[in-house]
Design a protein around this ligand. Structure first.
Ligand code: B1M
Length: 213
């Protein structure tokens, strides 16, 4: 079994101790951290997600797998995040109300930091008003929101509507994403940008901010 397949299977099994060990070994061997993240850690979690969908795995297993993925991500973080002397912009980031999924959002946060943004991560289950007050407090020109459930996707629109109502919509670029979110949905709710993954989220964020200057 290749090391990357082994890593994916350890995440799928929710073995966070061995996940940490193999992640470190792969880094020591000089394997690219992005490859470890996407082809190892994320693959294992998504494979389990597929089994969960087919009722072949249950929530406790998904939680263990998520913990293993997070353990690996923490080890990778210093290798993914590079320090820029000139910060690009401030970003408020969070997962919308009633949604507890944060792995993808955390990856987006890491990639944004990597691209030189200063990230204010509000965490999960973030109410509309909290996004608004953080944008005001941090004077951030960019808002990133993640939604993982079809039932929580409408929250993205509610936040955008609140920004309009409060008169700050034209001061903030809104970037959205998450597994059920599509480019079309993002445009329908009048977001400024959509990205299907964390790397493209950072690229899109830079594009939106550069366009603003
Ligand atoms: Co949940 N869950 N879950 N879950 N879970 C999904 C999302 C689901 C698709 C599983 C399935 O049925 N196949 C399904 C949603 C169905 C739907 O609505 N369409 C589902 C469900 C139903 C549920 C519960 C309702 C289950 C229950 O209780 N019966 C429940 C809801 C809880 C809640 O939120 N209120 C629930 C709970 C959980 C756990 C807590 C157990 C756990 C989350 C742990 C955690 O995040 N700390 C969990 C997990 C792990 C999953 C799956 C298996 C994996 C999600 C994940 O982390 N993916 C997921 C199945 C799946 O997605 N295939 C599933 C890996 C991550 C890297 O990808 O988050 O998509 P993702 O992020 C990507 C891109 O989407 C993008 O970049 C990221 C990196 O490339 N992206 C952005 C994300 N945010 C972005 C923001 C951007 C731009 C890009 O701009 C700002």
């Amino acid at each position: 079994m290749s090391d990357m397949i082994l890593l994916a299977s350890l995440v799928e099994k929710g073995n966070h101790i061995e996940t940490a060990k193999v992640t470190r070994e792969l880094l020591d061997q000089g394997v690219n951290p992005n490859q470890i993240l996407y082809e190892g850690l994320q693959k294992g979690l998504l494979t389990l997600g597929e089994r969960f969908k087919r009722n072949e795995a249950y929530i406790p297993e998904v939680l263990l797998s998520a913990r293993a993925m997070k353990t690996g991500m923490e080890i990778l973080k210093p290798f993914l995040v590079r320090n820029e002397s000139e910060p690009k912009a401030r970003v408020v980031l969070g997962t919308v109300k009633n949604d507890l999924h944060d792995i993808g959002k955390n990856m987006v946060g890491m990639m944004l930091e990597n691209a030189g943004f200063i990230v204010f991560d509000l965490g999960i289950n973030v109410p509309e008003e909290k996004f608004l007050s953080a944008l005001r407090k941090e004077e951030a020109p960019l808002l990133g929101m993640s939604a993982l459930l079809s039932t929580t996707m409408p929250e993205l629109k509610r936040v955008i509507e609140l920004l309009k109502k409060e008169g700050i919509r034209d001061k903030v670029k809104v970037l959205v994403g998450g597994a059920p979110v599509t480019e079309k949905y993002a445009m329908d709710i009048e977001a400024d940008g959509y990205a299907p993954d964390a790397i493209r989220a950072a690229e899109k964020a830079a594009e939106l901010i550069d366009g603003k200057k």
